[in-house]
Each structure stands twice: as C-alpha cells, then as structure tokens.
Design a binder for this molecule. Structure first.
Ligand SMILES: NC(=O)c1ccc[n+]([C@@H]2O[C@H](COP(=O)([O-])OP(=O)(O)OC[C@H]3O[C@@H](n4cnc5c(N)ncnc54)[C@H](OP(=O)(O)O)[C@@H]3O)[C@@H](O)[C@H]2O)c1
Length: 181
C-alpha cells in the first residue's frame, strides 16, 4: 500500500498532519468510567484497518483502558509521569516535543490520535482529518470529543444498520478541516 495515499476514506494526506480516529454518540460522548460505551465489532475492524503500521498517539487513561500496546503499531503515550517499565511504547510528556520529533522519526507514517478526551482537545489545532464513527444513540457519557463540526466538512459517510452483532445503527464518516492546506 502506498503510504501517502491511504485506502478508501483517506484522500490525500500530508505526511505530518495529525489524523484523529474517534467513535462518538450523537452528542459527541466517547466514554464513561475510562471505558468505551458500546461494542461494535465492525468499528474495531475499521479502527484496525486505519491504524495498522502507523503511529497511534493516546493519553495514559486510554492506554490503561486498552491495557496493552496495540500490536503492529507504534504506540505513543502522553503522560506527565511516564512509566519507563512498560515496554513497546514511547512516552512523551511534552506535546511540542512530540509534534517536533515524531514526524522526523517516522516520516513515512501517519500520526493518528486515538484519544481520549484530553488528548483530542490537546491536539485539536493540529488535526486535519477525522475518521469518526457516529453511533446513533445518546449515552450517559463522562468524556467527550470536542465540538468539531463547524471547523470540518464531512466528505464521506457510510451507514450501517444495527444487526445481531451491533446493537446500534452507526456510520463511518470522513471529515476534513475546512481550511486544510
Ligand atoms: N470513543 C472513542 O473513540 C474513544 C477513544 C479513546 C478513548 N476513549 C475513552 O476516553 C476516555 C479516556 O479519556 P480521558 O480524557 O479521560 O483520558 P486520556 O486523554 O486518554 O488521557 C489523559 C492523560 O493524558 C495525560 N496528559 C493530558 N494532557 C497532557 C499533557 N499536556 N502533556 C502530557 N500528558 C498529558 C495525563 O496523563 P498522566 O495523568 O499520567 O500525567 C492525563 O491523565 C475513556 O473512557 C476511553 O474509553 C474513547
């Protein structure tokens, strides 16, 4: 696969842009009690397909919620208190250093922010594209994705009706920042 021109939903992606992948409910809720709010197997496959072999950037809470480094991806964890003992992850405590170093270290990979709420907010100004899975339900969430719709335009949307494996209707959306270079 050509890394500059990713598959299906990604059009042209400048190498050092930050891409966000998120699943939200209808009010941009993303989690509760440091867990996801739904189990949608096809969304997990979608997430894997988009992130495989790329750099995934996450906050410490999300890393703890996942419980292990994601295989076949470069795992970057943001924390003010890095835990050196955990193997196979790269720790950053300074967002400016992360944004400076990662593009130089991994020039042929996409930088993909995968959450959670604090880290989406922190990196929001740098996010140029969003792969959002919209779950058609309102949950009792305690963490949220920033209100982004005014800054981005939705270029693609694929609707999936609920079935025996998916309790909720959902859609895969691809959004691009309006003023993208
Ligand atoms: N639906 C989705 O797509 C999705 C995706 C991901 C996560 N989630 C959900 O989101 C929730 C977790 O989100 P969250 O906001 O609580 O946590 P988070 O963003 O995953 O992690 C927060 C942590 O990141 C570190 N951090 C924050 N700002 C920093 C900075 N400026 N510099 C360095 N480190 C910084 C801190 O770690 P230290 O405390 O160690 O300093 C902070 O506690 C969970 O419910 C999870 O399931 C949902």
């Amino acid at each position: 696969m050509n890394k500059r021109f990713n598959f299906q939903y990604i059009g042209y992606s400048k190498l050092n842009d930050v891409i966000a992948i998120v699943a939200t409910d209808l009010k941009n809720g993303i989690g509760k009690d440091n867990q996801l709010l739904w189990h949608l197997p096809d969304d997990l496959k979608h997430f894997k397909k988009l992130t495989l072999n790329q750099v995934v950037i996450m906050g410490r809470n999300t890393f703890e919620s996942i419980g292990r480094p994601l295989p076949n991806r470069i795992n970057v964890i943001l924390s003010k208190h890095p835990t050196a003992a955990i193997k196979d992850v790269e720790w950053y405590s300074d967002i400016d250093l992360l944004l400076k170093e990662l593009p130089m270290k991994y020039p042929d990979k996409q930088l993909i922010v995968i959450g959670g709420s604090q880290i989406y907010k922190l990196l929001y100004p740098y996010i140029q594209e969003i792969h959002r899975t919209l779950v058609h339900y309102v949950f009792d969430a305690d963490t949220f994705f920033p209100d982004f719709e005014k800054d981005f335009e939705c270029l693609e949307s694929n609707f999936h009706t609920k079935d025996e494996k998916h309790l909720y209707d959902f859609e895969f959306q691809y959004w691009k920042r309006k003023n993208k270079r």
